[in-house]
Design a protein around this ligand. Structure first.
Ligand SMILES: [Zn+2]
Length: 818
């Protein structure tokens, strides 16, 4: 036996007597003054060599996950503040979990090859703020002289593991100890026999408390794959995740000083609304580069701050953020103030005077985006820079020492606040009472210049009186610098067009102004009143190609980028989304709005090309040989980007959702009227009904049903569940095969009869399939919508003249057509 476990029963008896007794019953909240001391202890807590036990047939259950510790050794962590917050196990165990719904079963199956989790494990590392220690202890006993020897180094091994994870767990455990004790936290890292290391979490503070996942590498990147995730109680509604239910921020007053070396120094005054009667811990997100230097409560009482200093992502709740503990809980519904001073580096000079504001959404302490608040922002910054922010500019003044001050106030709550700055030149346009501003730098960031691959130019010297051949010389052209500002007028005009068009579809522009500001790189973001548009977009096509030779497809996408970000003003900002499941309401609509804008500006042909490109991308294979689309339903949102399907989120939540909305549009128009009116009315009234709110997918379905034509009522119940079950909650792109027979009728007319066979989709998949008669390349006639299900579909149409062929309309349906 090892030194740690091989002691006799007698010694054990003595140890039991002298083992530290819990200072208070588990589950009581420690005093606030203890927080700092507790945090220090939690950062170095480890297994207690005196608390090693034998388990045989022990069992615990967490949120539906059953853990069986068949045989082996358990060690408890030394108590901290009177509470045992960890336990480890080595031996033979088994875990069993049955996801409660088909989506999660399917997803689990994708990762482990089975729809239920049934896995043997050889070790478990558990951290918790619940009764795990007591439960295990009640089923364990001290090793006796007849017990087999414990594996050598049992305690030492777990000691190393515990210390490695302590910095990551200190925050979540502390938050749990000072949080709502009726909502405990439990996390286990299991070493599975078949699946390797994976994690099971039951965090009752989250709407989806139960989750199973693992970190896996793909293409040199680490993915936190979520195998399944669901509420631990079936009745639990999927709620808003921000703030962990402890509080909501109602308003912000931010005072930000940007030094000439781009260092940021800030003071944030928050007004909070208490949501819980006993939670005192608040976890804020804040960019890793920023450090909180002071925190005050109400009238100036100083609060301790526990900030995650880990450089690497740890998967912990406090990751990159910080935790603070109130002196006492606040009754729900009451308001209070917190003030934070912080500083650090989130603005980077990327060359040629172009600045990059990293941490767009975490440059001030917050509970995550999608928790609307009002903002009063004051910035002081070097006067050679121009600064744009969310809200309305209400003051601007020059200060001494080459500095400037501006203040931006949002009168209505915004989901997030942002700013951007640079040596900008600007343009302004008016759309009704809305001001459109465009900001761009004269030169592009140096990284983009460096990437420039300027084609060599052939110089054929011309000599008077002589015709080549002469030796040809090629030289590298010396390019003029890339100038984003040069195309500002075009960008401004395009933005005006987009705003006008979207107003006609979605209703009035929701804010008094829209600032479009250039950021380095190739990606955009559309925040309330502030769009970040990449340098790349400001360049003319030829220069874009020089910077990054892009395919025709992605050039088309770049064309839609501005419209996509402008559309977010309605979809994403004015109307939010409830949980990650519903984010397609923002990204899908922004993508579809941008595609509709493309159709309007460039014609239906370009629209068709874009959708075909999306279809190709969705049907492309990932490294597992499956199609990207099959990675999971739109409803899984951000979870779709996994080690198995790295592009999943982008392709499914943006591109498939774009297709889904197009199909809804087509079906609502119907072949008879072909009118857009139903669909457009449906969108406009949805924006009006959910303005300033965060609708769910179900909210959208119930709304859309009010506008569906009779032909869409496939199930004769007035519901569109059949459509969303296939396309949003489900996966699969159908393949259709047509057989047709034509018969001449009187008067030269033809009777076209046929059948449609459906394959490639799960059982129960139904669709209204648009059938067209194709006459030549440029002329097709919509014949009708044919209901097609498991047993296929039949149709009969009468046409005036013989078509070249009758087929499924691939322009209007995400399908493979044979
Ligand atoms: Zn977007």
């Amino acid at each position: 036996m090892t030194r740690d476990c091989g002691v006799s029963a007698m010694v054990f008896a003595a140890l039991v007597v002298f083992a530290p007794k819990p200072a208070r019953p588990q589950g009581a909240t420690p005093a606030a003054a203890d927080a700092t001391a507790l945090y220090a202890l939690l950062r170095q807590t480890t297994v207690d060599p005196r608390q090693v036990y034998i388990v045989h047939g022990a069992k615990i259950e967490r949120g539906g996950a059953k853990f069986f510790f068949d045989r082996g050794l358990v060690a408890l962590f030394a108590p901290v503040g009177g509470e045992v917050t960890g336990a480890v196990f080595s031996g033979e165990g088994e875990v069993l979990l049955i996801p409660p719904n088909p989506v999660e079963k399917r997803n689990l199956n994708q990762f482990i090859g089975a729809p239920i989790l049934e896995e043997h494990f050889v070790s478990a590392f558990m951290r918790f703020t619940d009764q795990t220690a007591q439960e295990i202890l009640a089923q364990a006993r001290r090793p006796g002289p007849d017990d087999p020897e414990a594996p050598a180094g049992f305690v030492e091994y777990w000691d190393t593991v515990a210390r490695r994870f302590d910095p990551a767990y200190a925050g979540p455990i502390l938050a749990g100890l000072f949080g709502d004790r009726s909502k405990p936290f439990f996390q286990s890292q299991l070493e599975g026999v078949e699946f390797g290391t994976f994690q099971i979490t039951d965090d009752e503070r989250l709407p989806e408390a139960l989750s199973v996942g693992a970190v896996r590498m793909a293409g040199g990147r680490a993915f936190a794959d979520l195998w399944c995730s669901f509420p631990s109680r079936p009745s639990e509604p999927l709620g808003v995740e921000a703030g962990m239910g402890a509080a909501r921020v109602m308003s912000y007053k931010l005072d930000i000083l940007i030094h000439p070396d781009n260092r940021l120094e800030g003071r944030a005054e928050l007004e909070l609304l208490s949501l819980s009667e006993n939670a005192r811990a608040l976890i804020f997100q804040l960019a890793r580069g920023l450090k909180v230097t002071a925190a005050r409560y109400e009238q100036g009482q100083s609060l301790a701050i526990f900030q995650d200093e880990s450089r690497q992502p740890t998967g912990s709740l406090v990751e990159g953020g910080f935790l603070t503990v109130l002196p006492a809980p606040r009754p729900p519904g009451t308001r209070y103030h917190l003030t934070f001073d912080y500083q650090g580096q989130v603005i980077t000079d990327v060359g040629n005077g172009v600045l990059y504001v990293g941490a767009h959404d975490s440059w001030y302490p917050n509970f995550g985006i999608q928790s609307p608040a009002t903002f009063d922002l004051t910035f002081r910054y070097p006067d050679h820079l121009a600064l744009v922010a969310t809200g309305v500019p209400v003051e601007e003044e020059m200060l001494a020492g080459g500095m400037k001050r501006s203040r931006w106030v949002s009168k209505t709550p915004l989901p997030v606040a942002g700013f951007n700055l640079g040596s900008y030149v600007s343009r302004e346009r008016d759309v009704g009472s809305t001001k459109i501003e465009v900001y761009a730098t004269r030169e592009a960031e140096s990284a983009l210049e460096r990437r420039r691959n300027v084609p060599t130019m052939e110089i054929i010297p011309q000599e008077r009186g002589r015709v080549p051949p002469m030796p040809e010389r090629t030289i590298r052209a010396i390019p003029t610098p890339l100038s984003p500002a040069a195309l500002m007028d075009r960008v401004a005009d395009r933005a005006v067009e987009a705003v006008e068009y979207f107003q006609s579809l979605f209703g009035p522009f929701p804010y008094p102004r829209l600032a479009i500001s250039q950021i380095p790189g190739e990606f955009g973001q559309g925040w309330p009143e502030l769009v970040y548009l990449p340098t790349f977009y400001f360049l003319p096509g030829r220069e874009r190609a020089e910077v990054s030779p892009v395919s025709k497809g992605s050039d088309l996408e770049m064309e839609t980028l501005l419209a996509h970000e402008v559309a977010h003003q309605w979809w994403g900002n004015e109307v939010g989304w409830k949980t990650y499941h519903d984010q397609w309401l923002s990204e899908g609509f922004a993508s579809y709005a941008a595609a509709m804008f493309l159709a309007r500006r460039e014609g239906e042909k370009k629209f068709g090309e874009l959708l075909k490109q999306y279809r190709r991308e969705l049907l492309a294979k990932n490294q597992t040989g499956a199609t990207i689309e099959s990675g999971g339903p739109i409803w899984l949102g951000e979870r779709l980007s996994t080690s198995l399907n790295p592009r999943g989120y982008n392709d499914i939540v943006y591109k498939k959702a774009c297709w889904v909305l197009h199909m809804l549009h087509v079906l609502m128009a119907g072949p008879e009227s072909g009118s857009d009116q139903r669909f457009i009315k449906m969108l406009g009234s949805f924006v009006a009904a959910y303005q300033g709110r965060s609708p769910s997918t179900e909210d959208f379905i119930r709304h859309a049903e009010k506008y569906m034509p009779k032909a869409m009522d496939l199930d004769h119940n007035g519901r569109l569940d059949w459509f969303f079950k296939d396309w949003v909650y489900g996966t699969g792109v159908p393949a259709y095969k047509l057989e047709t027979k034509t018969r001449r009728l009187s008067g030269g007319r033809l009777d076209v009869e046929g059948t449609i066979e459906q394959t490639g989709v799960p059982e129960g998949f139904e669709m209204l399939v648009p059938v067209v008669a194709v006459y030549d390349k440029n002329r097709k006639m919509k014949l009708g919508l044919v209901p097609v299900g498991d047993s296929g579909g039949r149709f009969q149409f009468v046409v005036a003249s013989r078509p070249h062929r009758v087929t499924v309309d691939g322009d209007d349906l995400l399908a493979a057509i044979e």
